[in-house]
Design a protein around this ligand. Structure first.
Ligand code: FES
Length: 56
C-alpha cells in the first residue's frame, strides 16, 4: 500500500495529516487549498475525507 494519497499532486497521507493539524483543516476543499491534494482528477477525494474523519 502506497503512502501517497493523491497521485496527481504527489501528496502523501502524512502531508495531508500535517496540513490538517497545522491549519485546523476540516474539509476536503481546505485540504485542497493547503496542499493541492484533490485538485487534479478528484479520485483521491474519498481518501482525503477518510483521513479527515480519522483525525477528528
Ligand atoms: S489523485 Fe488526487 S486529484 Fe487525482
Amino acid at each position: 500500500m502506497s503512502n501517497e494519497i493523491c497521485n496527481c499532486m504527489g501528496i502523501t497521507r502524512e502531508e495531508i495529516i500535517n496540513a490538517c493539524k497545522a491549519g485546523n483543516l476540516k474539509t476536503v476543499e481546505e485540504v485542497g487549498e493547503a496542499t493541492g491534494a484533490g485538485t487534479g482528477c478528484g479520485g483521491c477525494i474519498d481518501d482525503i475525507q477518510q483521513i479527515l474523519d480519522e483525525i477528528q
